[in-house]
Each structure stands twice: as C-alpha cells, then as structure tokens.
Ligand binder design. Sequence first.
Ligand code: SIN
Length: 200
Amino acid sequence: MSHNTIALNQQRQPLHHLESVWLFGYGSLIYKADFPFLQCKPACIYGWQRRFWQGSHDHRGTPEAPGRVLTLVEAPGARCAGMAYQVTPDTFEHLDHREKNGYLRVFTDLHWLEEPGQSEGLVYLASADNEAYLGPDTDAAIAAHIAQSAGPSGPNSEYVLKLAQALRDMNEADEHVFAIEQALLERLPANDTVKLTPGC
Ligand code: SIN
C-alpha cells in the first residue's frame, strides 16, 4: 500500500451521509487539535496498544530521513486511552491530509472515561503493509532515532514529550510511551524543553 492514503480513505469510506462522526486520537491528535470540533471528551479503546513503529515522512521527518511516530498494534486485553472529538464529516478533508502518511481510517468502539457509555468512532491506523511502516526496535534504538529526527512539524522528540505530558495530564500511563520518553530524555540536552498547548 502506498504511504499516501488520502484517496484510499476517501474512496473506501465516504462519510458525507453522516451528520457528525467521533474521531479517536491516541497520538498527536491528543495534544494538537488543529481542526474544529463540536465537543471532545477523554475515551479509550480496547484491544490496541500504542507503538512508535510508523515512519513519518511529512511531519516529524522527511522522505529521505523519516521520523518515528505512533501507530496502534493489536493486543488482546490492552487498553489505549486518548481523546475523542465529535466532528462534522467535512473535517476529514483536513484530517485525511494530516494523517496521509500511511494511516487508514477504521471504525471501532470508543468508551468514555468520565461518564458511562460508548459510541462508534474512527481511528487512524498505520498497518504493517504501508510503505512508511518501520516496525519494532528496542527502546534505545527508537529513542536514538527520534532524538536525531525532525520534519516540517518540528523535532521528533517534541512529538514524544508532548504526548507523554498530555497522557500525564489525563492521569493516564502508557508503559511504551513513558519508556521511550525516558530513553529520549537521557539523550536530549537538559534545556530542550517543550511548550505545551492543550488539545481539548
Ligand atoms: C493519532 O494521533 O490518533 C494518530 C497518530 C498521530 O497523528 O500521531
């Protein structure tokens, strides 16, 4: 599968017949909501875990030197917390462009964290068959890769540090994210701070 998924997402999953759609963000979509939304609330999905296994050609790296960003990997029994946004279907023009580097939209069940109930929602997944996929590596190797990568959206390290902080702000823990953050902090200059802008 080509790493540019804009046309594929629009062909396989037209959304214009819907009044609104829930979108679940588990990575940069938690801390960077650069799109209009009707409401947002913390949510989780089951059976998936975050992994820094996707290459980034367009945000945190370049085609010549891709960065490493998150995708979700199936893991029975796992729980992944994030932020859900209710958006109108036209918002997916922006979202599909933002998430074009290998991500396909998939419907799954979202469970609210702060109230009972659930809803179906979309999540952007980058599976192993996309051309930008990098796959697993050790925490140290992933952190080393991230420490030296940057792209049009900024340093790759910022992606990790902002996400880890956003998860802590939600009182959520993620072993993989926090392990990469720790390994990264050991490599970054002490004054490499991150300015946080809440997404929701
Ligand atoms: C997401 O945040 O839900 C998708 C991955 C990313 O853009 O970081």
